[in-house]
Design a protein around this ligand. Structure first.
Ligand SMILES: *Cc1c(COP(=O)(O)O)cnc(C)c1O
Length: 391
């Protein structure tokens, strides 16, 4: 038996759960309350000073959310974490916490759509500017950095084209230039990639995806040092107030119980499906970090433990109609955005009118993204084969 109690099983099953405080219930209670009462004025005064750690008002601290916070921090190897009501709330809080008027950021190109909009549109009204770089070569960040650059923002792997950035190399440049390195780690999950150990300052996730894992909750997390978390808590967290509800936090704790199982299953099924698709004549290319054909395969091996459940294909077709026929012919994949739940999904880029208008080479029109859920991979392969035969 392990004695250090820092292993994954301990985190997912026990950490943060003080069962003796709630009748030794195995499943934690949902503390569905907005406020907490006190026996004395001095006790109340003491708690309001330490709202980050003690229940006073649920916007600050709630015991159900607190359990989740401890587990998330441990999963990312961070000193502390905050949980938000969506991934975008966590991303915005992280970015805004590190920038002020007159500052500049360098962001990897084609990040999650609302992240891109945050830098390109929203923050400009506060006098913050940003440049976007491919990031395949870490020196892209060095070249784009200026005197006033304060943040490097990564998304590795990217959740549409699955490009990677060398986290350790970019982190070295960030440290030399006194910039904070923020990374969206949603795509890999904390089990498959640990950016803090490679020098990242802040790790954010859309917990809507793998961490919750059941397509029934929106949530986000932000992990960092205690110092950064105290600062974010006092500002973006309390001021913007993008919190998760106790009920959703409880669902996330339940979702986490099976995180390891789900990630294991996904990695195996996805690899099997990627290998099937790579030899199919109707497919030009499969974009997946752990494909041996990926030019960044060595980097994937170096900085990630294994693959996740999403990949994209470039279909060998010459019309939108063929893509529509292919997607509409799939019976075992739901046509939907998002990923990370129990169910397999398909998402063709042609659903977005801007794809056709923008003609962005890293968002090709014949790209179809897949997410492999927990179903039997043989069944999914058969379904893919049938749909490919229709085009
Ligand atoms: C979904 C997603 C987000 C946004 O998260 P929400 O929980 O939907 O707010 C951010 N980054 C990536 C990579 C995502 O896939």
């Amino acid at each position: 038996m392990k004695s250090d109690f820092s292993d994954l099983s301990y985190i997912l099953n026990t950490l943060g759960e003080e069962r003796e405080n709630y009748f030794n219930a195995v499943s934690p209670p949902i503390i569905q309350t907005s406020n907490f009462s006190f026996k004395s004025v001095s006790d109340m005064r003491d708690k309001i000073e330490h709202e980050i750690d003690y229940p006073y008002y649920t916007r600050g601290n709630n015991p159900t959310v607190e359990i989740l916070r401890k587990k998330i921090a441990a999963l990312e190897g961070a000193e502390d974490a905050l949980v938000f009501g969506s991934g975008v709330a966590a991303i915005s809080a992280a970015v805004m916490s590190q920038l002020k008027s007159g500052d500049h950021a360098v962001c990897v190109s084609n990040p999650y759509g609302w992240t891109e909009r945050l830098f390109k549109e929203y923050l400009t009204k506060y006098g913050v500017t940003a440049d976007f770089v491919s990031g395949v070569d870490p020196s892209d960040f060095d070249k784009a950095a200026k005197e006033n650059t304060k943040v490097f923002y990564l998304e590795s792997p990217n959740s549409v084209n699955f490009q990677l950035q060398d986290i350790a190399a970019v982190s070295e440049i960030a440290k030399r230039r006194n910039c904070k390195l923020i990374i969206d780690n949603s795509c890999a999950s904390p089990l498959n990639q640990s950016p803090i150990s490679m020098g990242a300052d802040i790790v954010v996730h859309s917990a809507t995806k793998y961490l919750n894992g059941h397509s029934d909750v929106l949530a986000g997390v932000l992990c960092s040092t205690r110092k950064v978390i105290e600062d974010v808590f006092q500002n973006e967290f309390m001021n913007l107030g993008g919190i998760i509800s106790p009920n959703d936090a409880w669902l996330m704790i339940r979702g986490l119980r099976t995180l390891e199982l789900r990630m294991d299953r996904l990695a195996t099924s996805t690899m099997q499906i990627v290998e099937f698709l790579e030899q199919h004549p109707k497919i030009d290319k499969v974009l997946y970090p752990f494909s041996k054909n990926n030019p960044q395969y060595d980097l994937a091996l170096r900085q990630m433990k294994k693959g996740s459940g999403q990949f994209s294909i470039l279909l060998n077709v010459n019309s939108y109609a063929q893509i529509e026929t292919f997607c509409d012919s799939l019976n075992r994949f739901l046509l939907a955005c998002s990923w990370g739940g129990h169910e397999s999904l398909v998402y063709p880029l042609i659903v977005s009118p801007s794809i056709i208008k923008d003609n962005n080479p890293s968002r090709p029109w014949n790209l179809v993204r897949f997410y492999i859920g927990l179903e039997n991979p043989e069944v999914l392969i058969e379904d893919l084969e049938n749909a490919l035969n229709k085009i």
